[in-house]
Design a protein around this ligand. Sequence first.
Ligand code: RB5
Length: 150
Amino acid sequence: MKTITIGSDHAGYGLKLKIIDHLKNDLGWDVIDVGTDNENSCDYPVFADAVCKNIQNGVTELGILICGTGIGMSMAANKHRGIRAAACSDVFSARLTREHNNANVLCFGERVVGYGVACDLVDAFLGATFAGGKHQRRVDQITALEETER
Ligand code: RB5
């Protein structure tokens, strides 16, 4: 069974519930939801960290993070080793970030995209495959920055 980790802050909570339903009932994925669990104001880096830890620990290969814009989540996620998170609001980018960047976390914002576009982003992201080749070399260069920037 395919399993994905998902997280949101309060600003992405409502959309997260709908995306979990889409993942389970339309796409047949198992979902690990690391929170938040309500609409009370909270801090998005906490949930970005929880999703990224699951990927770093091999619990799931992929993750989804939803906040107001998707931007804060992607910034926090990209502080983690081995995480390549992309904030997307169009389907082309959601597909290409897996094909070219081998992204392992998709981020988007409930205040930016509606339910229909969000489902299309998820479908494009999960339906795409890393192209490898010259893109592998570039992803390796991104990974190397994790060492040289420390
Ligand atoms: C919360 O108000 C908002 O700042 C957060 O959800 C996100 O959009 C940050 O990037």
